[in-house]
Design a protein around this ligand. Structure first.
Ligand SMILES: C[S@@+](CC[C@H](N)C(=O)[O-])C[C@H]1O[C@@H](n2cnc3c(N)ncnc32)[C@H](O)[C@@H]1O
Length: 257
């Protein structure tokens, strides 16, 4: 199969950037493995899972069905953290997934250290490999824990300068209506509860005890959640600042006392 034939097949299957994807597939695979990769992509299996790696911020990440695919919108959260974290900050990355938020922050702020938390051991194993791949293993540890429950006592109290999180924030009933590709990603990485706010509530109610007095929270949020987060933050004594993404939608919220 030539690159052009692949592009034509992908286009016919409704893949948007067919020519670009055909080129990437040809660069990564040949012969039988290329034919297999094209077949998977025609079924709308995500390109990133087929390639097994994806670029996020300035780093490269191993990706598989064990993690959400890092999104470019999430780079705004990383950018914000890189700018706002105080010198020598110790921060938490709740719902770490591939580890991309913590790892890209660490890679670009070499004075900082982090703890990444996720519910799934398999996901954490992948995040650990990503920390190694990007040279930050000595500055991050990982913990398997349910963020919807109180934090483990081992984390102490008042020890962290910031909590970063891109948690599941999609309303449960919206999840089945998303793009076909998203159906191959872990459902647990998407479902934010009835109104999409379960994780923000849990973090504000139960995890803020881990913050130092001047500690900050930086969350990624859904395009329509800026006001809800502002109200939730105010109820917990935080002021909030919303940052927009390149499409002009609310994307990141910074909470400070
Ligand atoms: C939206 S993904 C974000 C992943 C990564 N931080 C990123 O930005 O690409 C949410 C992550 O939360 C994890 N997760 C889901 N439920 C959880 C829970 N109750 N406690 C801890 N982590 C959870 C999922 O495994 C998934 O890795």
């Amino acid at each position: 199969m030539t690159q052009q034939e692949i592009a034509t097949k992908l286009k016919a299957a409704g893949i948007e950037n067919a020519a670009w994807e055909a080129r990437l597939l040809c660069e990564h695979f040949s012969g039988e493995s290329l034919a297999k990769a094209v077949k998977r992509r025609v079924e709308h299996y995500p390109l990133q899972y087929i390639l097994g790696e994806w670029y996020f911020y300035r780093e490269c990440y191993e990706v598989s069905e064990d993690c959400l695919i890092p999104r470019s919108d999430t780079e705004i959260l990383v950018d914000t953290a890189i700018k706002l974290l105080p010198r020598n900050a110790r921060f938490l990355d709740l719902c770490t997934g591939s580890g991309c938020v913590a790892i890209s922050t660490l890679a670009n702020r070499t004075d900082t250290t982090a703890t990444g938390i996720d519910l799934f051991q398999k996901t954490l194993a992948l995040a650990e490999r990503n920390a190694g791949k990007n040279g930050v293993s000595t500055r991050i540890d990982f913990l398997c824990h349910d963020v919807l429950t109180p934090p483990p006592a081992t984390l102490g109290k008042g020890q962290f300068d910031a909590i970063l999180s891109n948690p599941p924030y999609i309303k449960n009933d919206i999840v089945p209506t998303l793009q076909r590709e998203v159906g191959f990603e872990p459902t647990a990485a998407l479902m934010g509860g009835f109104d999409g706010l379960d994780f923000y509530r849990a973090i504000l109610e139960q995890w803020c005890v881990l913050l130092k007095p001047q500690g900050i929270l930086i969350f990624e949020i859904g395009y329509d959640q800026g006001k809800d987060l502002g109200d939730l933050a105010a109820a917990h004594g935080f002021s909030s600042t919303v940052k927009k993404d390149f499409g002009g939608n609310d994307r990141v919220v910074i909470l400070q006392k």
